[in-house]
Every structure is written in C-alpha cells, then in structure tokens.
Design a protein around this ligand. Structure first.
Ligand code: ACO
Length: 445
C-alpha cells in the first residue's frame, strides 16, 4: 500500500481502492489481490495497518466477528457459490460426484487435486483398507467410557488419543510421515466410530472386514451380529456412500477452520482433527441433523407444524433446525440430492409420520415470507437425519457419520494449510473493551 499524506490521489497501475482517512486527511491506495478462479477479490488485512493517526499507533485493524467477510486462505479444494447453490470439489460439480464417484475416490480427489487412475485408486483403497485396525489399547481406552456417553465425545477423545499412539505423527513437515497419518485417519475413523456405537449399545466390538468396501465395512462393524458376513441393504449402502461424498468437504466452515487453526500451531494431525470433531459436535454445525429429528419428535404430528412455525417466527422457542446456512442463500445443492436419496430409501422402508412432518415443515417454510425474505432454505441436514434413522442409526450417532465423511476434507485442508507459504500460526486480533489500567487494591476484607 502506498500513502500520500497530503490527501492527493495515488496511482493504481493494477487497480485497487483509494481510502481517505477523514481523521487525518491522508489518502491511501489499497491494492486488490488478484482474483481467484471464480473472480473473488479481497484486500489484504495487513495493508490497513499503515493507516495511523499518530506515528506510534498500532494501525487500523479490520473488525469481523464470526469471520462474516474475511478470507482466511487461498484454497484450491472446494468452491461454493451460495447465491447460485453451487458446490464443486476441485472443479467437479457435487451432483456428478454423487452420481458417479465412490467416497474413497472423492477423498483422493480432495487430497490430491485430480481424480485417481485405476492404479492410484487401487493403491489408495488397499492402503486405507489395510490400516483399519486400531491398537488394542485404543479399544481398552474406549471401554472406559460410561454406557451413556455421547458417541461424539467418545470419537473426539479417541481421535485425540491416536496422537499418543503415533508419536512420529508430529513430524508434519515430512511428506511421507504425513502421508501415512492421512491414510491412518481415513482408515481408522470408521473403526473408532463403530466401536463408539457398539460400546454405547453394550455390544461386542466387530473388527474390520478387509474384503468389504469402505462403506460396507463400516456398516458391518456397526451392525453385524452373529452372521459370518454382514450383507448390507444395497439401497442403504448407496445412500451412505452418497451421503459421505456430500459431507466430505465444505471449504472454510467452523470445523475446518478449527482444524486449520489448531493445525497452524504445527501440532500432529490427530490433535488437529480432534478439534474438527469437537467443532462439528455443536448444534449449530454438524449437530443440526440430530436437532432436526428432536425438533420433529417435539412437533409430534403434521397438524402441529403451523403452530410450531409461528413459534419459530415469533422467537418463542428454537429456530427451524435444518434451515438456513451462512453461505447458501438459495437451496443447498446437497439438500436436493439428499431429498432424492430420502425418496429412494423411503420407497424401501416405507413413509413414516416424521417424514410427513418434515415435508409439511418444508412446504410451509418455503412459502412463508419470514423464511423466503431471509433466504432460509433447507440445508443438507434437513433430510439426512430421517435417512439415517430409517437405516437404523440412533439420533446421537448422526453427527458421528458426518465426522467420518468430513475427515477427508479436514485432512486435505490441513495439508493445504501446511504447504501454503503465506500461512502462519492463526492468531486473530481483538479490540480491547475492558477496564483501563487501574491500581490493585485488595477487596478481601
Ligand atoms: N430458523 C429461523 N430463523 C432463522 C434460522 C432458522 N433456522 N436461521 C436464521 N434465521 C433468522 C435469524 O433469526 C435472523 O433473523 P433476523 O435478521 O430477523 O434477526 C436471520 O435469519 C439471519 O440469521 P443469522 O443467524 O444471522 O444467520 P447465520 O448465517 O449467522 O446463521 C445458521 C446460519 C447458524 C446455519 C442458522 O441459519 C441456523 O441457526 N440454522 C439452524 C441450525 C442448522 O440447521 N445448522 C446447520 C447448518 S449446515 C451445517 O453446518 C452442515
């Protein structure tokens, strides 16, 4: 940034902004960063620091609670256009990946930037499949939880615990070491998630079956009983594969930002991913699908939907869970695919009262001016809970499913952050609004 203290215009060869500080009369030329692939532009926050009233001032900061308008990185992984309802991984539309790809193919794409060839895919799948077992001490660790522990708490702690089992993982600057941790995390998350489920059900743990696909093995570890081999319902298998693809990444959301922030301290990836699991647990983020079902249970009957919507609008009670999104201000493209999946699954298992309530909620909300004027549309979580429940998953397990899938995105974003020369330890500024300096006088009389 250049500055003309006299207030005159400054030359801008590449275009930019001219900022006039009315406190001092000075004018500053603020360069605009080269646009991203889709034309996004930004100013560099640090350029503002030269804007000062006194020479020894700290300089101007930008104030952006909840990062409503702050880009924290340049990323080549996921593109979202919230107004147009577009979601792409590495340039590929989510609809096409959901239609044709597998989850592991998508995870490879997210991490490596290109779709795998057959040879790369087979290698990737083999490496992941052969690392699905966890150390027996991890199993003992899991057994220490109470039967009524929330599976997200179990998952979060057990992912963090893996850091103690792989101390070499802290060599994050060694690409080979990183490679193996990425594979381990993708491989072991389903095992930890399934063990968490079995523990809360008081069921014996089922060890991984390396002859199954990723999703099939997961279902086997969750639901197999005495049969020698678990046969998954093909409609459920397809639905879970697609749901995993839809949840694999979503650029700089709260949990991904948590992974990047914690990872920016150069801690090992298990600790960073555990931070992502913790962030995802919150009801405003990954916990929303669980809240949707609780809300539907509370409504109880389609005839109560109208009254419930009025309460939401009047601020009496909760928000309409599964509606609204920080980024999408039109229909979440994932919600469209999920609705189609819900139709397929419910054709198999039959329609139930709760689906009727959900359809009625959606119908009324999409016509109601409160929701229309605020651009509140169903998000990905609105129907996923209903699908998961019809597949036999307990409500508190929904966010765990989300975490297993999102691990692919978290790991890709974590590695991109590490390889980004512009990144440093994440450390926001603040505007201090507490007491000014005052002398200590004890009040302990
Ligand atoms: N029900 C009712 N009103 C809502 C809802 C909702 N679900 N979401 C937003 N609003 C209203 C707000 O009250 C506010 O109204 P106002 O302008 O009159 O005050 C307006 O819409 C804007 O809301 P914000 O909270 O400013 O929007 P923000 O972008 O911060 O929030 C969020 C996004 C957190 C997703 C919000 O829409 C929400 O709480 N939704 C319900 C929870 C949910 O489904 N979360 C899942 C998100 S998807 C995911 O994480 C995978």
């Amino acid at each position: 940034m250049s500055e003309t203290p006299t207030g005159g215009a400054t030359g801008q060869a590449n275009g930019g902004l001219e900022l006039r500080d009315t406190r001092t009369g000075r004018t500053y030329a603020l360069p605009v960063l080269p646009p991203g692939t889709e034309g996004d532009t930004a100013l560099r926050g640090m350029d503002l620091r030269q804007v000062k009233v006194e020479a020894d001032d700290f300089g101007l900061m930008s104030y952006d609670p909840a990062f409503m308008n702050t880009a924290s990185c340049r990323s080549a992984i996921t593109f979202i256009d919230g107004d147009k309802g577009i979601l792409r991984y590495r340039g590929y539309p989510i609809e096409q990946l959901a239609e044709g790809a597998t989850f592991l193919e998508t995870a490879y794409l997210l991490r490596n930037g290109e779709l795998p060839t057959r040879e790369q895919y087979d290698r990737w799948t083999h490496d992941i499949t052969h690392r699905t077992y966890v150390h027996e001490n991890v199993r003992k660790f899991l057994e220490g939880f109470r039967y009524d522990a929330h599976p997200m708490s179990i998952l979060c702690s057990s992912v963090a615990a893996l850091s103690a089992f792989y101390p070499e993982a802290k060599n994050i600057h060694d690409p080979e070491v990183r490679d193996i941790q990425v594979i381990r995390l993708l491989a072991k998350l389903p095992t930890l998630a399934a063990f968490a489920y079995r523990h809360t059900r008081g069921l014996p743990f089922v060890y991984p079956d390396n002859d199954c696909s990723y999703v099939e093995n997961f279902l086997s570890m969750l639901f197999r009983m005495s049969e020698p081999r678990y046969e998954a319902n093909p409609a459920f298998l397809k639905a879970l594969e697609v749901l995993f693809i839809l949840h694999a990444d979503h650029e700089q959301n709260a949990s991904t930002s948590a992974v990047r922030a914690v990872g920016s301290t150069h801690v090992d990836p298990y600790s960073a991913i555990a931070a992502g699991v913790a962030a995802l647990y919150g009801p405003l983020h990954g916990g929303a699908n669980e809240q949707v079902l609780r809300m539907i249970e509370e409504i109880g009957h389609p005839k109560n939907v109208g009254g419930f919507i009025e309460d939401v609008k009047g601020g009496r009670g909760q928000r309409l869970m599964g509606f609204g999104h920080r980024v999408y201000k039109s229909y979440d493209p994932r919600a469209r695919i999920v609705k189609q999946l819900a139709d397929d699954v419910f054709r198999q298992v039959g329609m139930d009262k709760d689906l009727e309530i959900a359809l009625e909620l959606e119908r009324i909300a999409l016509e109601d001016d409160y929701f229309v004027s605020r651009k509140l549309y169903p998000n990905v979580d609105f129907y996923t809970g209903l699908i998961y429940r019809s597949m036999g998953f307990p409500t508190e397990f929904f966010t765990v499913l989300f975490a297993v899938a999102r691990t692919a995105g978290w790991l890709s974003q974590w590695e991109e952050m590490l390889n980004d020369k512009e990144q440093k330890i994440a450390r926001p500024r603040q505007i201090y609004v507490g007491p000014a300096e005052r002398p200590y006088e004890s009040r302990l009389r």
